[in-house]
Design a protein around this ligand. Sequence first.
Ligand SMILES: Nc1ncnc2c1ncn2[C@@H]1O[C@H](COP(=O)(O)OP(=O)(O)O)[C@@H](O)[C@H]1O
Ligand SMILES: [Mg+2]
Length: 353
Amino acid sequence: MKSFKIDIAFINRKSEMAGLRNYLEGRPNSILFLYGPKSSGKTTLMYRLFEQIEKEKGYEINFLNLRKVFLTSYDDFIDAFFKSAVDNNGMKTGIRRQYSLFGLFKLDAFTERMLKKRQEDPFLVMEREFQRLQKKNIRPVIIIDEFHKLDGLYMPAKQKRLMVELMNFFVAMTKESHLCHVIIASSDAFFIEQVYVDSKLRKTSRFMKLDYLKKEDVVTWLGDIKKYNKVREYTLDDRQIEVIWDTVGGSAWEIYYILEELFQHSLEDIVDRMKREKVAMTADWVDHDDIDDRRNLLSKFNQNNPIDRRNLTGLRNLLGQAVKDNILYYDPVEGTYGIQGKSLELGIKGYLT
Ligand SMILES: Nc1ncnc2c1ncn2[C@@H]1O[C@H](COP(=O)(O)OP(=O)(O)O)[C@@H](O)[C@H]1O
Ligand SMILES: [Mg+2]
C-alpha cells in the first residue's frame, strides 16, 4: 500500500520563541509557566528551544516530559528525575530523543544509592548540582512538560505534596538564589489556576500563553505545502485554504490530519465528516441527566467569543466538567472560558441548530 507521508514543519512561533529566549537571557528570577489549550504546540515549542539551546555554550539544558513517564509513587519521581533515560518511542513532533531531567548530570553511584534509600534529600542533590554548574559559569535550565502529572504524589515520611514542595523549591532556586531557570508547561487549566491563585507563586512566576496558530501563519503554510511538507501530489488554492481555516482554525494537529486525508479524499468530504464527528461529540457530552443545563451552557458560547467567568456565576461544577472533558477551555490568567478549538465550535453550532 502506498503511504501518504507528509513532512512535519514548524511554523512561525518567532515571538513566542523570542519570549522564551528573553526569559533565559536574564538572571533567573522567576518560574516561567507556559500554558494554553491542548495541542496548541507547547511541547513542540519547548523541544525547539531545547534543540537550540543544547547547541549553545554556557547552558546546561534538561527536558523532562512527564507525559510518558509512569508516576504513581515517590520512587517513580526519583527515577524520572535522577536516572538517565532515552525514550525511543518517538513523538508526534518527530523528535525522537527525550532526556530525563538529570540524566545528563551523571549522578555518582553513591548519591544514587542514597537517594534510593531515602538518605539523601533530592532537593539538596539538585541544588548542589546547580551550584556546581554556576561555579563553572554554566547556566542550568530545567524544562518540565505536563508538570501537573506530579499531583497526587507525596513526600515520604512528611506526607507533603510533592508537586507543592517541588514548586517551592523552584521558587527558592529562581527568585531567591538565582541558580537556575525553570520552565514549566501544562495544558491542565486547573493546575495553572492553582498556581495563579496562590499569591506567593503568582508573584514569583511569569505566565506565557501559547494559543493556536494565527490565520496569517496558516495561510502562509498552506499556500506552500510543497515547501513546508514536501507534498507534491496536490496544492491548495485560496478558497480551500479558507475552508480549512474556517473548519479547524490554527490547530496544527487538525491541519496535519486534513493534509493526510487529502491524498485520498476531497476537502469537502473531509470537512463534512469532521463536522459530523464534532456534532456527535457534542451530542454525547450533552446527553446526561442535566441535559438542559448542558445545552444551556453551550448555547451561551454561540458567539464563539470567550466569556468572562464573572458572567457565568452559579455554573462552576458544570464548567469544571466541561473543561475536564475538553469541551471548554479555561484561561485562568484572563479568567475566561471558551470553546476548545474551532472545529468543536462548528460541532456545537451544528448540534444546537
Ligand atoms: N509551530 C508549529 N507548526 C506546525 N505544527 C505544529 C507547531 N506546533 C505544534 N505543531 C503540531 O501540533 C501538534 C500538537 O502540538 P503539541 O506540541 O503536542 O501541543 P501541546 O503540547 O500544546 O499539546 C503536533 O502534531 C505538532 O507537530
Ligand atoms: Mg504537550
